[in-house]
Design a protein around this ligand. Structure first.
Ligand SMILES: [Zn+2]
Ligand SMILES: [Zn+2]
Length: 234
């Protein structure tokens, strides 16, 4: 049977709870389009985050000096940042004794996915291996498009999600969210928000995602309904 439209399949990412839509299933996607868009956005955010991380290498010693005027001696660099921006082995790191501490370097996380794609597609990776070049390589639409159709796409999304959480936790640099003063076309709540660099507007109540044109249609439908209600009342 070829009836993909009647199947219900969740997005393969455990950090996402959407169901794949018909067109995503028909396109053999393992993760949903919003997840693919999110990955694209994160990869474009990495160069900016690297600049901020570069400035966070020194342990923050801010805060008002105590009344005694004690001078804080210079401390070594923050371990979490040093781990994150540090070099990584280009091969998989096995850690049977659990003695790898701190987050896996950004280059390690991105590099592992670049390596898998290169091996499976026989493509060449970037000429130089840095967080920026690996992110740009992965974000290339042809590659990301192929990656989201692979059985490991959910795992890739989950890993990049947790990488971005770690990075943003250190830099405290997060995309800004703004409320949209329009009811959700699906659940009618006033909980729509838009986020910097993201294609989709999301509803905090029913968790739906909308494009700008979905919202324009939603606004037109709401206006038509309100007019009809006013006519009925009159
Ligand atoms: Zn998803
Ligand atoms: Zn809603």
């Amino acid at each position: 049977m070829n009836d993909v439209a009647s199947q219900i399949s969740p997005c393969a990412a455990s950090t996402c709870h959407r169901e794949l839509r018909d067109y995503e299933l028909a396109g053999a996607q393992h993760i949903c389009s919003p997840c693919t868009t999110a990955i694209h956005t994160w990869l474009h955010e990495i160069p900016l985050q690297m600049i901020v991380l570069g400035g966070s290498r020194q342990r923050e010693t801010t805060g008002t000096p105590g009344p005694t005027g004690t001078r804080t001696p210079p401390l070594p660099g923050r371990d979490d940042v040093l781990n994150l921006v540090g070099p990584a082995a280009w091969t998989t790191v096995h850690d049977p004794y659990g003695d790898q501490h701190g987050p896996i370097p950004i280059v390690g996380t991105l590099g592992q996915w670049v390596r898998i794609i290169c091996e499976e597609r026989r493509w060449n990776g970037p000429d130089t291996v840095t967080a920026e070049t690996l992110a740009a390589w992965l974000a290339e639409p042809r590659r990301l498009d192929w990656a989201c159709r692979q059985p490991w796409a959910g795992e890739m999304r989950d890993e990049l999600y947790s990488l971005m959480r770690t990075i943003r936790g250190i830099t405290r640099l997060r995309p800004q969210r703004r409320p949209i003063p329009q009811p959700c076309p699906r659940c009618d709540s006033l909980t729509l928000t838009e986020t910097d660099h993201q294609l989709y507007v999301d509803c905090g109540t029913c968790d739906s995602l909308f494009t700008r044109s979905d919202l324009a249609l939603g606004a037109a439908a709401t206006a038509a309904r309100v007019t009809a209600e006013q006519l009925n009342v009159a």
